[in-house]
Design a protein around this ligand. Sequence first.
Ligand code: PMP
Length: 354
Amino acid sequence: MSKFLHPKYQSLSCYVPGEQPRDKAYIKLNTNESPYPPSPEVIAAVDANAVADLRLYSDPEGKCLRQKLADRYRVAPENIYLANGSDDILSFAFMAYASDGEPVAFADITYGFYSVFAALYGSDAKILPLREDFSIDYRDYLGIDRTIFLANPNAPTGLALSVENIEKILESNPGRVVIIDEAYVDFGAESCLPLVHRYDNLLIVRTFSKSRSMAGARLGFAIASRGIIEDLNRIKFSTNPYNVNRLTLLAGAAAIDSDHYFIENCERIMKTRTKTEAALSALGFEVIPSKANFIFAKHNAMSGEAIYQALKERGILVRHFSSPRITEYNRITVGSEEEMASLLATLADILASS
Ligand code: PMP
């Protein structure tokens, strides 16, 4: 840290992304990427002509992709906002609705970036503990008159709230924005999309990183009332109007045009998830039933940290969190059938020799 940094940033504890090690080839099950490449249409869209056009700025309004997303999700283009990954939208939502002492609420065990943003923007954060079984009690959020951030399905647990209960939260906090982070919704949970026309305080955050196999492209989008989209644009056009690059805009449009491929991949991943959950249970793991592309599991005979280390030594990366309530667990991304077979064989070996 230099002596020039503003004091308000000196005590920040930054978000720690999952490891991206380069020392050897790992089976990477630690950052919820897709095991499958983007669709052939996406790969074809980023061609030499597209690269040659990089001399030009990208369309700051992302008109073509916004129109495609609007058609796909049956809203108007004015209900869509594009961003450099969904983290960018979450950041702007904290800035817009929860900065400088404004009240915000989120769960104690959820996406780690919420508490980082709360500290960065000086929010008055109320942390609401999950129940013992890691489920969210929606009643904790009724009428709390705070901006609310909910990951649905939640990370790293994979548990989801029903749209019916989210609607009660929206209804009882009409003066506050409720942000529903649907990063993992395509893997079997219910989307809040049908509520967007009825609640002007609902902000849905989505990403191309997981279900559309484009984590490296950095493309997120929001669906919300026109007013909320205008708020996000106000911040974007005051910071970085060209926040989504040309190649990513093209790739995103091609991904929407090849929706069948995305749907097949999600189905494959959900099938692999079901199989892996059963196999992990057979190995003695306690598995939280997941609606996401990851599985959160612990074993009573071996600590979470020891399993994480043993897997890493054998070339398999999973995500281990050290916060006390979840330190016995590991979050395992659902990879390909082959990757899961290697994981299960390796775990059987580790447990047998422990
Ligand atoms: N929300 C949740 C719940 C996540 O787990 C992630 C992935 N780390 C994100 C948002 C951000 O994803 P991205 O910025 O790649 O769209």
